[in-house]
Design a binder for this molecule. Structure first.
Ligand code: AMP
Length: 419
């Protein structure tokens, strides 16, 4: 009988990312995406897989394939797997794990049933851009992989352990009670993965490890994690709060929003676009890729220098704040995602002034730990370790999916109680 596989799906409004895992050994066998779903002329399936003969160069595919919607994309993807594996491929899939952005008060990965689907639909009020495509991905997988267990893994779930004093906004209490307005946090699968990996690197049980995890990419967030449980994170009710990001403003006096709407006549929709898509590095520097910002700053461009300093300063502020949130007991500060994994310059800028909070960087190790490498970059005198860990959200989703399907997650079939 052919080996069983586990499929991880991440559905966006016009894309469907996937990663296929073999179970023995538990490792990715293929990854890729359907891009531009609904765009007849440009819809394409891209995939790559490790070379079967172990050569360094992976096998790659780029196939023009029309898909008017997510169901057609999923069907096309299945057809592609059948060509690459065997005709009975769908019976090899033992579970599908879905990345869902907002799960409101769901605190665990869960087996999908009608109650969970209803909760994801209800949470779309708070994540209108993310949850509806997530639901489309689930519905497509349920049709194409009939009878296969489907599991939802939520970006918000890991942060459900935040205490009320960290997740509440100082607003009238009925906004929380009636409308669920509170801080939820995002990038949860990444922060969970980083905390677990950090514990392995520190050779300590995760339950006895305190870490500050910095997921710095085009979207960025930091989490304070005490004994494996999140106690605070920078993103809030939506991913807009916290750090300065590629195109999102991060922390902002809410009166600025009132002012631009009242004085400049911006509609709610235009304000949303301004804060989410036109702000951050893009708003200040004119480009949202930090590589271009660093280059501009090095070339003496004042707005790039300003954007760079703002980005760095906010990360430093939150490392300080979360050191306090962890009572000063921090085993490691972890850097990850596109910026955190690759930019030794940014790490150096963030860390150099933080010797006073026990962080001392080893310059050579910092410069060498780029391009997907994992390692320690603190020097021997550093009170707190500094680690670089490439994040792997799909692996985390696959692991959590497997736990649910194998019944290892407590009460996996029931939506978990509110925190
Ligand atoms: P992610 O969202 O995690 O894929 O991160 C993407 C972002 O990482 C890009 O927008 C870049 O700004 C940033 N990035 C990737 N490589 C580097 C690098 N070598 N230096 C600075 N920023 C980088």
């Amino acid at each position: 009988m052919a080996a069983k596989k586990l499929l991880v799906v991440n559905a966006g409004s016009s894309s469907l990312k996937f990663k296929l895992f073999g179970l023995e050994p538990f490792a990715p066998t293929m990854s890729g995406m359907f891009d531009r779903i609904g765009d007849k002329a440009n819809c394409v399936l891209k995939a790559s897989a490790p070379s079967p003969d172990g050569a360094a160069k992976p096998r790659k595919w780029e196939i023009k394939m029309q898909a008017a919607n997510h169901v057609e994309a999923m069907t096309g993807m299945l057809g592609f797997f059948r060509e690459q594996y065997d005709k009975a491929f769908s019976s090899q899939v033992m579970a599908v794990g879905h990345r869902i952005v907002h799960g409101m008060d769901i605190s665990q990965p869960v087996l999908l049933n009608t109650d969970v689907m209803a909760k994801i639909k209800a949470a779309a009020v708070l994540a209108p851009l993310h949850n509806p495509p997530g639901l489309q991905g689930i519905e497509a997988a349920q049709r194409v992989f009939q009878g296969v267990p489907q599991v939802a893994v939520f970006d918000t779930a890991f942060h459900q352990t935040m205490p009320p004093h960290a997740y509440m906004y100082a607003l009238p209490y009925d906004l929380y009670e009636k409308h669920k307005i509170r801080r939820y946090g995002f990038h949860g699968t990444s922060h969970k993965y980083l905390a677990e990996q950090a514990a392995v690197m520190l050779n300590k049980p995760v339950g006895q490890t305190n870490v500050i995890t910095c997921h710095l990419g085009s979207g960025s967030s930091i989490a304070a994690i005490k004994g494996g449980h999140c106690v605070d994170t920078t993103m809030g009710m939506t991913p807009l709060e916290g750090l300065m990001m590629g195109t999102r403003c991060g922390d902002l006096d809410p009166a600025v929003v009132l002012h631009i709407q009242n004085q400049m006549g911006l509609s709610t929709k235009d304000t949303d676009t301004l804060l989410n898509k036109k702000s951050g590095l893009l708003g200040v520097c004119g480009h949202n890729d930090l590589r271009a910002v660093i280059e501009g700053a090095q070339g003496g461009k004042p707005r790039d220098a300003l954007g760079l300093a703002m980005f760095v300063y906010r990360v430093q502020k939150y490392i300080g704040a979360y050191t306090a949130a962890l009572g000063g007991h921090v085993d490691a500060v972890v850097f990850s995602a596109g910026i955190g994994e690759n930019s030794s310059i940014i790490r150096q800028l963030i860390l150099a002034p933080l010797k006073g909070v026990g962080l001392s960087v080893d310059r050579a190790a910092n410069d060498a730990t780029v391009d997907g490498k994992q390692g320690e970059i603190s020097d021997s005198g550093s009170k707190t370790k500094i680690l670089v860990i490439p994040t792997d959200e799909e692996l985390s989703i696959a692991t959590q999916t497997l736990e649910v399907v194998r019944g290892e997650t407590a009460m996996a079939n029931e939506p978990a109680a509110a925190a």
